[in-house]
Design a protein. Structure first.
Length: 210
């Protein structure tokens, strides 16, 4: 496994993921679980944020405490399923700017086709977290990160909930400098490019469109 890939084994994440996979889980519960898992993953994804010491006054006395050292963050969901992860992360980082990249998968070639890209104007000053629940073939993630790199952000991390080995391999080969975080590494892709055992189409399950 690539050293840039982190797979979470936290019991809370694994428990919520087990419910997420269940085909009987409602769209409402699915949305909530995606957001909750993203929030739990955010704890580790942001572990390297720098701190600085400042002086404050508690109700008792003056003291020196640590707070974030002004690091600017941007969350970039890959439309549309990536939207389901934004609120969970933003609940912990409310000052983060949100951009959007729209991609869809050509059903014949399985390749991503870009139809929308709107990023923060000051993205070159920001550290970027790209989110998408699934890393299947890797095509959408690779293309999204390639588009973001054209704007020269300070750094990029890719966060997904479920990944396939094929997607991890392709993504790591295309972007070896980008760290990948996922809650589960599944078995493989099927002939239609879906992750096995996976959880089905994340976008359809989040938005109740199937």
């Amino acid at each position: 496994m690539n050293s840039n890939v982190t797979i979470f084994d936290h019991p809370l994440i694994q428990h919520k993921l087990s419910i997420l996979r269940d085909k009987n889980t409602s769209s409402k519960d699915f949305r909530e679980l995606v957001s909750e898992i993203a929030m739990l993953m955010c704890y580790e994804v942001t572990r390297d944020l720098p701190l600085e010491e400042v002086e404050i006054e508690t109700p008792i006395c003056k003291t020196t405490v640590k707070h974030l050292a002004g690091k600017k963050l941007a969350i970039i969901p890959i439309l549309r399923a990536g939207l389901g992860m934004v609120d969970g992360i933003r609940s912990l980082i409310p000052s983060a700017r949100i951009g959007h990249i729209g991609l869809y998968r050509d059903e014949t070639t399985l390749k991503p086709v870009e139809y929308y890209c709107k990023l923060p104007k000051d993205i070159a000053d920001r550290d970027v977290i790209v989110v998408d629940p699934m890393l299947a073939t890797g095509g959408s993630g690779i293309d999204a990160v390639s588009q973001i790199k054209l704007r020269h952000p300070k750094s990029i991390k890719f966060v997904c909930i479920i990944a396939a080995p094929e997607g991890i391999e392709a993504f790591s080969k295309a972007h070896p400098d980008v760290s990948v975080y996922c809650a589960a590494l599944d078995e493989k892709l099927n002939d239609n490019g879906y992750i096995i055992p996976g959880l089905g189409d994340a976008g359809d399950r989040i938005f109740g469109t199937k």
